[in-house]
Design a protein around this ligand. Structure first.
Ligand code: GLU
Length: 278
């Protein structure tokens, strides 16, 4: 048993070595881009269907598609992208500690965050909303007094509840999927975060028919590209986002990634115009 396991591990290690020797990011495959052979480390969510989702090592979602487009414009091939999980609470640290180069992870641009990181974009505007069981009569945050509401540590969604609805029992989890599971089990009355995230979770097969997005947004969330403080990439990223919007790829990406979810983006706020870089 032991021997077999070690043997299997050795084979796997050898395979990994062989793979990195011939397929690694350091062959000059970037076809004239300025990125040379390096990889670019991009932080995304792994557990938000339609936005950033890890399906056994293949990544999908609108954030992923915007990230790939922008990385392409910066001169990176898809093979040169290394996706790294960036949970809400870790995003500033991942950038400050040089563990990622950019973050595309439903990451709202805020003044507090701008004290530690830079932002390009926005590339999308969402709004905070509530997800509730289908038979619930909750219609907005005013109905949550004394109720159990779940959100995620380090998110603007949790912060807004603490600041503006102190009478609500806020339960914090590392990810929104955990909140939805807890609501399925009856311990939670509502989940709060951006409408597009909630719609993606509600549309998952396992959740079919169980929950509804209330549809009464109470914030504006401008999704930015998180960058390390002092980055010189903001202008180029904004140019890439503008190009993606102008050539139709943005619309195609948002349509594809919200297909099957009961979601329509706010057409008065989208697509947004990237803000001037600091
Ligand atoms: N957009 C909000 C934020 O940046 C909520 C979604 C999230 O946690 O990623 O905090």
């Amino acid at each position: 048993m032991r021997t077999t396991r070690y043997a299997a591990a050795a084979v796997a290690a050898l395979a990994a070595l062989t793979l990195s020797a011939c397929g690694g990011g350091d062959s000059a495959e970037s076809e004239g881009g300025d990125a040379g052979g390096e990889t670019v480390r991009i932080g995304i969510k792994f557990d938000q269907p339609g936005l950033g989702y890890d399906e056994g090592g293949s990544y999908s979602g609108f954030d992923v598609d915007v990230a790939k487009y922008v990385a392409g414009e910066l001169g990176y091939t898809e093979k040169q992208i290394k996706f790294v999980e960036a949970p809400s609470a870790n995003r500033e640290n991942l950038l400050s500690n040089n563990q990622v180069d950019m973050i595309f992870a439903t990451y709202s641009i805020t003044d507090t965050r701008k004290e530690t990181v830079d932002f390009a974009g926005p590339y999308f505007v969402a709004g905070q909303d509530l997800l509730v069981p289908t038979d619930s009569d909750i219609t907005g945050p005013e109905d949550l007094e004394g109720k159990n509401l779940c959100s995620v540590t380090g998110s603007t969604s949790a912060q807004k509840i603490k600041d503006q609805y102190p009478g609500v029992q806020l339960v914090e989890q590392p990810g929104y999927a955990e909140c939805v599971t807890a609501m399925g089990g009856g311990q939670i009355d509502a989940v709060t975060t951006d409408d597009i995230i909630l719609a993606g979770l509600a549309a998952q097969e396992a959740n079919a028919g169980k929950f509804k997005v209330v549809g009464n947004t109470f914030s504006e969330e401008n999704y930015g590209v998180g960058l390390p403080k002092g980055s010189d990439k903001c202008e180029d990223i904004n140019a890439a986002i503008t190009k993606m919007i102008d050539d139709g790829a943005w619309e195609e990406a948002i349509t594809k990634n919200t297909e099957g979810a009961d979601y329509t983006y706010n057409a008065e706020l989208n697509p947004p115009t990237p803000a001037p870089c600091a």
